[in-house]
Design a protein around this ligand. Sequence first.
Ligand code: HEC
Length: 211
Amino acid sequence: MKTKMMFAISRIILGAFVLLSSNFISADESSVGNGEAQKMEIDDSTFSCIRSMTPVRGFYVDNILGDLDATLKVANSPTGGTYPPGSVVQLVPAEVMVKLEKGSFPATNDWEFFELGVSAKGSTINKRGFVDVVNQFGGNCFACHVQARPEWDMVCEKDHGCDPIPLTEEMILAIQKTDPRCEDNPTLSDAEKNAMRQLMKTLSGGGEPGF
Ligand code: HEC
């Protein structure tokens, strides 16, 4: 029992390091095209430095079929909309949503959820799927994201109706700035360093997981 608990704790701490240094996304050039009837090939190499994606209000987007404009149009719409196939969305390096071809998996609006391991060497897909992917803290991606009101296409942001994640703005920024896959990580401000310390403390103290 004790061993099991220690294992759980060390996993969580490890998870935090992974996050600290985490991951993601770049276009798979081979699949760039008009997106019609193309099978998207998604593997470890699909994902790279999170900050190489396009920032939108604090999260990042890309489109692995090359139609970034269509993705940005929905992301920037004040009334929401349905993200086009190929859309990649990330808030933290280790967690990604990718929009597959229409009809791939209607229950998730064709979103596939990914949980990645990230390091200076790149990304490793630990888990991928639709309704049963959980993050490193045991939270089910779909269970939270399905709570977003329909016009937001399962994208939660802060006010779309999902259960909140226990991360402050500063923690999110610090996590994004320490993605180990990026070659140009900036120095953290003192406030961001503090946020990171606090995050580590919460995690090692067994505080609320869920992001
Ligand atoms: C406890 C509920 C919860 C769980 C579990 C969860 N998320 Fe989220 N997720 C959120 C919330 C809330 C936000 C928005 C946070 C913000 O913007 O401050 C978010 C943000 C995101 C974003 C950025 C776009 C958006 O929806 O705002 C992505 C991508 C994402 N999560 C993917 C995942 C993946 C993949 C998993 C599982 C591996 C996961 N999430 C698990 C609640 C959750």
